[in-house]
Design a protein around this ligand. Structure first.
Ligand SMILES: [Mn+2]
Length: 268
């Protein structure tokens, strides 16, 4: 059992989202707190979500049930900006711009990281267009091309060093000893001026990563499919099975999200 598990940049709605694997990993991990560290969605067009993307959201909703005694925290990223209302409605979790907590006598801080990326800040409209173009191209060219694009895009946004230095300054300002970001899609750990910086990586790549914080410290883990059960869906106790696909689809319908299928991501 770890205290906190952090995953970021799942990009639900994208062709290359590893939603099924992320759910598999979560189901077989135990933690007191889960932090979804931004860009869990690729954009706010819910019509693009596939069955396994809805299943992931259904699982998050189930985890956030108070009976489970797991605290689920959603920290907003640049791709999922403006989700506060929808998410509290849809999956019953609170959305934060940044989240801090105390653990082993130290302040911890989780923030997506685009705040330290001047390109995103100055070019929100441009990056919105880029996202739309990215999705169009994915549709035309299929997965391998989307992967290449993702890599280029990641390199384009390769602000690993900008994000890490911005995050460290921000952590100092907030008097935190450890700071956690996503956004760059590049898992990373550095220490600067006595502040530990960790990047949780992404779940869109061939090497998904996540972070755990526990008594033994902070670790960045790489997800390997073979280390997890092949068909966790079939091994679940009956309680797990009650969340059928139709239940997931119906809660999406209740939230009025499926009718938004034509929504073209008009910026908020
Ligand atoms: Mn981001």
């Amino acid at each position: 059992m770890c205290d906190t598990l952090i995953l970021s940049d799942l990009h639900l709605g994208s062709e290359i989202s590893r939603a099924r694997d992320a759910m598999r990993m979560l189901k077989q991990s135990s933690f007191r707190r889960l932090i979804l560290l931004g860009d869990i969605f690729s954009d706010l067009n819910f019509g693009r979500l596939k069955k396994e993307h809805w299943q992931f959201l259904g699982y998050i909703r189930k985890l956030s049930n108070p009976k489970r005694q797991v605290e689920v925290v959603w920290v907003e990223g640049n791709h999922d900006r403006g989700l506060t209302e929808v998410m509290s409605h849809l999956v019953g979790v609170n959305v934060y711009q940044e989240y801090s907590w105390e653990y082993s006598g130290m302040r911890h801080l989780a923030i997506h990281g685009h705040q330290f990326d001047r390109f995103v800040i100055n070019n929100l409209l441009l990056s919105r267009l880029g996202t739309l173009m990215h999705i169009r191209l994915q549709k035309i060219q299929g997965k391998p091309f989307a992967r290449l694009l993702d890599r280029l895009n990641t390199r384009w946004l390769r602000l690993s060093s900008k994000v890490s230095s911005g995050a460290v300054s921000h952590a100092r300002f907030r008097q935190a000893g450890r700071v956690f970001c996503g956004h760059t899609h590049a898992p990373m750990h550095i220490e600067k001026d006595g502040i530990q910086y960790f990047n949780a990586g992404s779940w869109t790549d061939s090497r998904p990563t996540f972070v755990t914080i526990g008594e033994e410290g902070v670790h960045i883990h790489e997800y390997h499919e073979h280390e997890y059960d092949e068909r966790p869906d079939d091994c679940d106790p009956s309680e797990e099975r009650s969340e059928s696909d139709s239940a997931v689809i119906s809660f999406a319908g209740e939230a009025g999200l499926l009718e938004d299928a034509e929504y073209e991501g008009v910026g908020s």
